[in-house]
Design a protein around this ligand. Structure first.
Ligand code: FES
Length: 119
């Protein structure tokens, strides 16, 4: 399996997030205007559903309701403590008015992680 049609785009109100289980993975699917984003639904700081958090449309982030960490919808990286580990990012698109997610195509952080990269 690869890309999965999960719902009509119209099922998701702009500026909101909804949780889907896709091939055994819990995925938070976010709609901002007519674009969709998909990241792992479980906060990397605790066993909390990110889809119960708030969508920060202008920043393309999803905020964990528990302690306030925000995660980039583009890279999955946490942008606010206390979370320090990223969540997975999945390929998400709109095809013929339907939301299509491919959980086998994780999008790693914006740039590839070259081996030996130091920070
Ligand atoms: S459980 Fe999400 S920030 Fe703590």
């Amino acid at each position: 399996m690869s890309a999965t049609v999960i719902a009509p785009l119209d099922d998701l109100v702009p500026g909101t997030v909804k949780r889907f289980e896709i091939e055994g993975r819990l995925v938070a699917v976010v709609r901002i205007d007519d674009s969709v984003y998909a990241i792992g639904d479980t906060c990397s700081h605790g066993n909390v559903s990110l889809s119960e958090g708030e969508v920060l449309c202008d920043d393309l982030e999803l905020e964990c309701w528990k302690h306030g960490s925000t995660f980039s919808l583009i890279t999955g990286e946490p942008l606010m403590l206390p979370a320090i580990k990223p969540v997975p990012v999945y390929s998400a698109s709109v095809v013929d008015g339907n939301i299509v997610i491919d959980v086998e195509r994780s999008t790693p952080a914006s740039t590839p992680d070259p081996e030996g990269a130091e920070s």
